[in-house]
Design a protein around this ligand. Structure first.
Ligand SMILES: [Zn+2]
Length: 83
């Protein structure tokens, strides 16, 4: 009788161990899922403030713009304010 009880405890422990391990695996897997979705660097247009993928932007003088037009507009306004 004691033998069966011991066997049951061992099985229960093994079951609990496997279950927690599987849960941990699931957790790390879901964490990976959160970090994976298209990790693209986002940038903010210095002119209009819109967010866009950095590789689609235009860089100028340490600033990033959503389009070449906004880069030009920003430079125009800069010229106006400096004068
Ligand atoms: Zn813009």
């Amino acid at each position: 009788m004691l033998k069966y009880l011991l066997l049951f405890v061992v099985i229960a422990l093994a079951y609990a161990f496997v279950k927690t391990k599987a849960r941990k695996l699931e957790k790390t897997r879901s964490n990976e899922d959160h970090s994976t979705p298209a990790v693209e660097d986002m940038a903010r247009c210095a002119y209009c403030g819109i967010h866009f993928p950095l590789n689609e932007g235009v860089r100028s003088g340490g600033l990033v713009f959503c389009s070449n037009e906004h880069r030009k507009d920003h430079l125009k306004e800069k010229d106006k304010s400096s004068r």
